[in-house]
Ligand binder design. Sequence first.
Ligand SMILES: Cc1ncc(COP(=O)(O)O)c(C=O)c1O
Length: 377
Amino acid sequence: MTLLSNQAFERLRQIPLYVPGKPIQEVQRELGLDSIVKLASNENPWGPSEAVKARVVKAATGSRDEGLGLYPVSDGYYLRLAIAKRRECNADQIILGNGSSEIIEMAAKAALLGGGSTVAPKHSFAIYGIATQTAGGRFIECPCSPTELDVDAILAAVQPDTRAVFLGNPNNPTGVMLDRPGLERLVRDLRDDILLVVDQAYAEYEDPETYPDAADYLDERSNLLVLHTFSKIHSLAAMRIGFGIGHHKLIALLERIRSPFNTNMLAQVAAEVAVQDFAFEAFSRARNAEARQAFFAEAHNHRCNATGMGGNFILLESEIPAPELFKDLMRAGVIVRPMQGYGLPNHVRVTLGKPEEMEAFWAAVAPILDNAGCGCR
Ligand SMILES: Cc1ncc(COP(=O)(O)O)c(C=O)c1O
């Protein structure tokens, strides 16, 4: 068939498919289990906040001026104003995306118009590579250990045709972070014609006093885009909304790529409340820190190798191949994320959930490791 032998489709077939965390309903359907704990997609189990939920209900059931029958504000002006207030910048420095993944795609399309390559550390968020390749670019994964983000390796991987560098800080799935001196070096030493995309999807989980925010360098580097999402600490993953901050001229260019009405009205009003909800953020950050500490204590008890200091997730290494451990845990009613597709064949990523969810996780994983006679590494 002509359609299937198309050259572009052949190239598309070479691009890896993004494999999302398995939804609870799917596992229920497949395995007939009633009680399932999902720790697979780094969602925040504590939210969204009551204030956000009330605002969504009001908007969904509201007057004709704000109702579901109208198109949303195409560029999300009012949300951009609220974000700009919080971030102490101007609304023309903000772009909204249908999740920050969409802004990663916009950045790749913008930077790669006319070809070229992008660079990201090995073991990074899969969308960096997928967005690059679907934009027609070449993706260069620089060698990086899962326990460190190496600025020298990133800079050394850059080629004459490199148009963008992606960096998750903290990085998903490894949970490693670049400190301020490292970030500063990347901002200053990366060729200035290259778009540096710093993905701060998990930034709000870090201590605001010490977190090295890439937005602090926007005056120094105009080729810098800083990404945030409402899917993580704000617990709005189902709404699909995220934002990018950059120089107003960069944002104006990205606006040429953004699809009209890309973010929906309910997401815009929900995020407008969430971005000002400091109390919910602080609450979630504190619960996450407790869950992290408890996880490392349990991992120590079970002689498991657990790593990752940032975000709301932990990487767990065992002697059982990741796809096998993933399936065994699923049969026991716990969904985690196997990491073989991220160059980590013996790791699963575990999202930090509520105490009772973590109890269910350890109750499921301990006998599996014992039965395999291996424990963790
Ligand atoms: C590092 C990183 N960036 C971006 C995203 C995308 O988030 P969303 O598209 O839901 O905003 C994720 C989601 O898991 C992520 O881990």
